[in-house]
Ligand binder design. Structure first.
Ligand code: NAG
Ligand code: NAG
Ligand code: NAG
Ligand code: NAG
Length: 576
């Protein structure tokens, strides 16, 4: 995630598109695509299969499932598919298609569906069949989306004498990766994703290549979608950082830049959750999937947001005022509901079961915020104060990184020089950290004492501020001086190189690698991960999770050690 400065100005700006460009006026003449996410089957079986495939000790380890096998397992019933198609047809839909997994039905409309619509232009719940759990609308972006806020902070990789220089080659040196090490298998593929203005400029990538990573293979970097983002838009800077980093570390790996077609509102509010849901569901249903997927964007989880307002309400803030306020904060509460989150988790399980290694930035607000504290003036000042108090009283997990089905990547920075890594902190925030409110600890965390040992150490936040039995994150870290939007694509590029070695040996890709990562880090301490000790996730509060020796809920097991990565992840003999 790239830090933003939340201020009342931002809040105003994020409202602007809604005020100046009413949704209806932009879409009347534009074709609209609706995707109906249908009730899936056998989700318990999917989950147990997902874990078995990811568990090095299971007989199903790395026996990835094919698309038809997964369709057979989770696909909707034919009655439900028929009902959704009939609904679309009646509402004027055409080009009606069913996804390969048979869990979505999609239709185009000339202007808008001929049924009762909500204010967001979606068919009202009362109009569609029960089998439809979510409807997501995709619009083509208006030709010129004005930048919502200035882009990410300036990227200063040139260090002064007193500060370390976080160049690509210095970071590779710190991890022991030969600067000129490149992938060589023609199939190895990595992907970055974002909605809205997310994109990159070839010219800027070329400039980055000349300055820092001369071996970037420009021919292997391409857009996966027709939507190339909007230069100057905030997520465009995000996309550029993602592409620069993943292509510098995953040298000579085919790099796909995905910006799924969704409405302009997907950079803030709950439009983002809809875009993430639609993207992951669509990707999981494609014939071709990348080996590695890096997701830098996210926000507080739906459970964090529910907690924020229910606690603020206890102090006298009206629940509706609170909900209105947080829904206007840019990239703070972007998910609709726990049900939507569950459905995103299902798509993540399908991707893992198919052999995709999915990772997400751990967030830039430590364990308390999405980015920084809430701000507001006038009536909003009281709400912001109340929310900041709640935020410091609890540890507030972010999503998708706190999902048990995502490899969570924290951020490190260096003290004096690259040999002294500590937790990344900056822009008033820091490496995201903590325990999910919604999801129980995954099997590899339940079966070891790593997390409970950590919690015995001094400096822990109050036990009442988090759920120690739930999914603990992050899993590992990398340099995040531009936020964990940097550490995630760096890690993704490194995992792609490991995948490339495996493909060259005829081994399957690693898929969901967290259980194996935990096993390796616990059994061979110091071999594949260098511990990061120092720093914490307090950011603007007086409590948080410290980075300690061993795994911690701030930097995970630490940063990569290339030789150990090759030894433990590029070969299966040691872990048979
Ligand atoms: C999946 O669900 C269908 C019904 O929805 C059922 O007939 C089938 O047996 C289930 N398959 C498995 C593997 O549980
Ligand atoms: C880059 O990858 C291609 C396969 O797509 C391979 O033929 C080529 O040798 C690789 N380049 C280097 C320098 O390893
Ligand atoms: C994106 O939108 C354009 C224009 O409607 C369309 O041609 C294209 O197929 C869409 N791409 C994806 C991946 O949905
Ligand atoms: C961070 O929080 C811990 C308690 O969780 C506390 O012991 C520590 O002093 C705090 N550090 C700072 C710098 O505030």
């Amino acid at each position: 995630m790239t830090p933003h400065h939340s201020s009342s100005l931002l809040r105003l700006l994020s409202l602007l598109p809604l005020l100046t460009v009413p949704l209806t006026s932009t879409v009347t003449a534009t074709p609209v695509t609706l995707t109906a996410h249908l009730r899936q089957s056998n989700l318990t079986e999917l989950e147990s299969t997902f874990w078995a495939i990811a568990d090095p000790k299971s007989s199903l380890y790395l026996k990835h499932l094919s698309l038809p096998e997964l369709a057979e397992l989770i696909g909707a019933s034919y009655e439900d598919i028929d009902a959704a198609a009939a609904f679309f047809k009646k509402a004027g839909g055409y080009d009606i298609t069913v996804s390969n997994l048979r869990d979505t039905v999609t239709a185009s409309f000339d202007s808008k569906p001929d049924v009762r619509l909500t204010s967001r232009g979606l068919p009202h719940e009362s109009t569609h069949p029960d089998a439809v759990e979510f409807l997501v609308r995709q619009d083509v972006l208006p030709p010129s989306t004005p930048p919502l806020i200035p882009s990410a902070p300036p990227r200063t990789s040139a260090g002064s004498d007193s500060s370390p220089s976080y160049t690509i080659s210095n970071i590779k040196d710190a991890y022991g990766i030969p600067t000129d090490y490149q992938a060589s298998h023609p199939d190895t593929t990595q992907m970055v994703w974002g909605p809205g203005t997310f994109g990159y400029s070839k010219a800027k990538l070329e400039a980055h290549k000349i300055a820092e990573a001369p071996l970037i293979n420009m021919d292997k970097i391409e857009f996966w979608t027709e939507n190339h983002g909007t230069p100057g838009g905030d997520n465009f800077g995000e996309g550029q950082l993602d592409v620069d980093m993943i292509s510098s570390f995953g040298l000579n790996v085919t790099t796909l830049v995905a910006n799924t077609n969704t409405s302009a509102s997907t950079e803030e509010t709950t439009g983002f959750g809809a875009a993430l849901l639609n993207f992951l569901t669509d990707l999981s249903s494609r014939e071709e999937v990348p080996h590695v997927l890096s997701m830098s964007l996210g926000s507080l989880s739906s459970a964090s947001c529910n907690l924020l307002c229910s606690e603020a309400a206890k102090t006298g803030i009206a629940l509706t005022d609170c909900q209105a306020y947080i829904s206007e904060q840019r990239q703070v509460c972007m998910y609709l509901s726990d049900d939507q989150t569950a459905r995103i988790n299902t798509a993540l399980q399908v991707l893992g079961a198919r052999g995709v290694t999915v990772m997400g930035s751990s967030g830039d607000g430590g364990s308390h915020f999405s980015f920084g504290p809430f701000q507001g003036s006038g009536d909003d000042a009281a709400i912001a104060d109340a929310l900041n108090e709640v935020s410091c009283k609890f540890q507030m997990p972010v999503f998708p990184t706190a999902s048990p089905y995502v490899l969570s990547i924290g951020g490190e920075m260096w003290e004096v020089n690259s040999k002294h890594p500590v937790t990344w902190a900056g822009y008033g925030g820091g490496s995201g950290a903590g325990f999910s409110i919604q999801f129980e600890a995954p099997p590899h965390q339940q079966s070891s004492t790593t997390v409970s040992d950590y919690l015995q150490k001094p400096g822990m936040p109050p036990a009442s501020s988090f759920n120690a039995k739930n999914r603990a994150y992050p899993d590992m870290s990398a340099v995040g001086v531009m936020g964990t939007s940097q550490s995630c694509p760096i890690s993704a590029g490194i995992w792609s190189l490991i995948t490339d070695i495996r493909l060259n040996k005829g081994l399957p890709p690693l898929g969901f690698v967290a259980p194996r990562l935990w096993q390796v880090a616990e059994e061979y301490p110091g071999e594949a991960f260098e511990d990061i000790i120092g720093g914490d996730s307090n950011t603007s509060c007086s409590n948080g999770f410290p980075a300690t020796d061993g795994w911690d809920a701030n930097t995970g097991f630490g940063r990569p050690i290339w030789d150990g990565f090759v030894k433990h992840f590029a070969d299966d003999d040691v872990h048979a």
